[in-house]
Design a protein around this ligand. Structure first.
Ligand code: SF4
Length: 305
């Protein structure tokens, strides 16, 4: 790594424009071209006042038609759309956390996935009331991972990680009845409430969107973050490089993408192995460069640079 240099927005934009020009020459599509074909956007969709929940619709709210066929008004339609977005986001990021819990459950000392931060695992186990004394670290990992997986469908009670929040915040969640229960239950409850003929009360719908969002932030996503550290190591400040220049024309370039680091970490492991580097050289390359896009790029960069 050379001297530290911060890339400016202008440099990012210049790099992107060069990429678009090169891409256009070979007929590559990009969002910058697609967005032009989609504008102007539908005003009803933009304002969230279009409902497609049931087959009597779609219904659109206008001054002449202030309610959908079922009687739901603009506030109910906007709130239902908002809750559906929230449930989709919670499902997405929490499912990533579930996959990480499952990976930890499968971790083994002689397997591909190992426990790299045992201290953190012990800290979480103690926080969750699990006996740690004299336990094999992999037995403990499996026990805690099983508990993590159980948070998704827990029968009674609320999320374990909520206790990390300041006391007064926990009291607000309890008082407002938005402390999240099982993660999957909150997603399911959101889809139930937004279904035709169920809730059209905006206050109730927005309250459920808080609870569903919290089930992700203080449940699934938190499990994903914590157990990723246990599996792949807790990140520390590290130098890294960004922008398209990270790719090396003389190397095999692999770009990881997605939001679950379980696969990208293995790609990095194998890209670093002498066997794979020798194979890349045999094929005429000088080495292997792994770079990334989006969340997985961040996961890899913050642990490996
Ligand atoms: S749920 Fe109501 S507002 Fe939505 S499409 Fe059906 S009838 Fe129209």
């Amino acid at each position: 790594m050379g001297e530290f240099k911060l890339t400016t927005v202008e440099e990012f934009e210049a790099g992107t424009n060069r990429l678009l020009e090169t891409g256009a020459k070979v007929g590559a599509d990009a969002w910058q071209f697609r967005v032009k074909n989609q504008t102007p956007h539908c005003k009803f969709g933009e304002q969230g006042i279009c409902c497609r929940i049931c087959s009597m619709g779609p219904c659109r709210i206008t001054p002449k038609a202030p309610r959908g066929i079922c009687g739901c008004d603009a506030h109910g339609i906007v709130a239902r759309n908002y809750l559906k977005f929230t449930a989709g986001g919670s499902a997405t990021h929490s499912d990533h956390g579930r996959s990480i819990c499952h990976t930890l459950y499968c971790a083994a000392p002689d397997g591909n996935y190992k426990v790299k931060d045992p201290e953190k695992l012990i800290r979480i186990a103690k926080e969750w009331g699990v006996e740690t004394e004299g336990k094999d670290i992999y037995d403990l990992a499996h026990e805690v991972a099983y508990m993590g997986l159980s948070e998704y469908g827990k029968v009674f009670g609320t999320q374990n990680f909520l206790k990390r929040a300041p006391k007064h915040t926990q009291e607000i969640w309890e008082r407002e009845e938005i402390a999240p229960r099982a993660i999957d239950r909150e997603v399911s409850c959101s889809l139930h409430m937004t279904h035709m003929g169920c809730s059209s009360k905006p206050e109730a719908l927005i309250r459920q969107s808080f609870r569903s969002g919290l089930s992700d932030g203080w449940g699934g996503s938190m499990a994903g973050t914590e157990f990723s550290d246990v599996l792949f190591g807790t990140p520390k400040p590290i130098d890294t490089e960004a922008n398209l220049g990270v790719m090396n024309a003389e190397n095999v370039n692999i770009v990881v993408h997605g939001h679950d680091p379980a696969l990208s970490e293995m790609i990095c492991e194998y890209a670093d192995s002498p066997e794979m580097i020798a194979y890349a050289k045999e094929q005429g390359a000088k080495g292997i460069t792994v770079s990334g896009v989006c969340c997985t790029s961040n996961e890899v960069a913050m642990r490996r640079g």
